[in-house]
Write a protein that binds this ligand. Structure first.
Ligand code: AMP
Ligand code: GLY
Length: 420
């Protein structure tokens, strides 16, 4: 009998997961809640928000889902996987206590320090702290992090002392405390690790482009594009990251009463000697990293995610293709500030295939009004190319993106620049 999967979320990541799951021969139907116009075209959307834990559990039960795949962090932190497991439904994504690795940067730091995992030093700043003394400890650049879930926007990295101090004071006022981190120099890479108590496997490393502007300048965003595999994560770097970062964390998480079952996203900073350290952990697939990573999984995605949800990954290890993938995000007017929504998206959004590879659109902030496609969020969609080389993947992605029009939108023209 065909398997039924519920994907929770509505971004480009969830569209990529839906596409991957539908390629599995054992899957007969994918449901997405809330989904977007892209998932609605290939699967069944349900108007239940990702953060509505009770609503998602009720939906999974009414669908008789064989597996739930949770995209975003908020429902994980709020116990969606715990609630699903309590009613006997396998869930891909950690339990609430495991999700604290993303839910609290302070908690994650403490775990890393306890396990001797390489990461930046940290100071806790409150109303009692002498802020000038704190700012002088490591000097510029200052890395200030609010300890709240802020969609990648609660962090300020700046050479400007006044800007840093202002953000520090504002954050202490709203949150009661803020973290000041030692600056790590180097190049970033994202390592997505499938993990349960039986084992773990790192997917091909990717690189996200977090700044809004070309040349990696301007405000931080949720991610303006990504590519994989990222050559900065050489075999030697991966081996070090696995032995120094992933193995101790896996051992720790597997020794807990409830084991971690899901994706552990390790945000790496790789210094010029190839030494990796942890910038952050997330407890979910990355967005847009998923759009360039899932297409490189050659084996059955449903079997992989179900195996993790059931704690038997070690017997169901995935295989990977040798392709390259690159995705370019099309952002709405105003993003990363408040985006203009409700504008119509026109052009040719259909898949493109030629002898070099293929390109297609991952929807994110899209919806339909009167059967017309409109923008509904900041990151509207992403154009993704898959080919045997990174430069071909890039050409395909940009060529496909040129077929799409959205008034006032913007995208970066230099995705993949560090590797090309
Ligand atoms: P986070 O939300 O912790 O991933 O931080 C967002 C971005 O800020 C990261 O992707 C990095 O580009 C930058 N960042 C965060 N922490 C550091 C650090 N300690 N040193 C240098 N850059 C950092
Ligand atoms: N692209 C960064 C993230 O998913 O957190």
């Amino acid at each position: 009998m065909g398997r039924i999967v519920l994907v929770v979320g509505g971004g480009g990541r969830e569209h990529a997961l839906t596409i991957g799951l539908l390629e599995s021969s054992s899957v007969s139907a994918v449901h997405v809640a809330p989904g977007n116009a892209g998932t609605g075209a290939i699967a069944t959307n349900h108007p239940i928000s990702a953060g509505d834990v009770d609503g998602q559990v009720a939906l999974a039960q009414s669908l008789d889902a064989d597996l739930v795949v949770v995209g975003p962090e908020a429902p994980l932190v709020n116990g969606l996987s715990d609630a699903l497991r309590a009613v006997g439904i396998p869930s891909f994504g950690p339990h609430a206590a495991g999700a604290m690795l993303e839910g609290s940067k302070d908690f994650a730091k403490q775990v890393m320090l306890d396990l001797n995992i390489p990461t930046a030093g940290v100071q806790h700043l409150t109303e009692q702290t002498d802020l000038d003394e704190a700012a002088d400890l490591w000097g510029a650049p200052w890395v200030v992090k609010r300890d709240v879930l802020a969609g990648g926007k609660g962090v300020v990295v700046t050479e400007d002392r006044d800007e840093a101090l202002e953000f520090i004071r504002d954050s202490i006022q709203t949150d009661g405390m803020v973290l000041l981190e030692e600056f790590l120099a180097g190049e970033e890479a994202s390592m997505l690790v499938m993990m349960d108590e039986s084992g773990f496997v790192a997917l091909p490393c990717s690189q996200d482009h977090k700044r809004v502007g070309e040349g990696d300048v301007g405000l931080n965003t949720g991610g303006m594009g990504a590519y994989a595999p990222a050559p900065v994560a050489t075999e030697a770097v991966r081996a070090r990251a696995i032995s120094e970062i992933v193995e101790p964390m896996h051992e720790h998480l597997s020794s807990q009463e409830t084991p971690y079952r899901g994706c552990l996203y390790v945000g790496l900073m790789i210094d010029e000697d190839g030494a990796p350290s942890v910038v952050e952990y997330n407890v979910r697939f990355g967005d847009p990293e998923t759009q360039v990573t899932v297409p490189l999984i050659a084996s059955d995605l449903y079997e992989l995610l179900l195996a993790v949800a059931e704690g038997r990954l070690a017997h169901s290890m995935p295989t990977f293709s040798t392709d390259h993938a690159l995705t370019v995000v099309l952002a709405a007017d105003g993003y990363p500030g408040p985006p203009v929504k409700g504008r119509s998206i026109t052009g040719d959004l259909s898949d493109y295939v030629d002898s070099d590879g293929r390109a297609f659109i991952h929807h994110a902030g899209t919806g339909t009004i009167d059967e017309k496609l409109v923008s509904t969020g900041g990151r509207v969609l992403a154009s993704t190319g898959i080919a045997s080389s990174l430069s071909e993947a890039r050409n395909l992605a940009y060529q496909k993106l040129s077929d799409v029009q959205l008034e006032g939108s913007h995208f970066r023209r230099d995705i993949g620049h560090r590797a090309l």
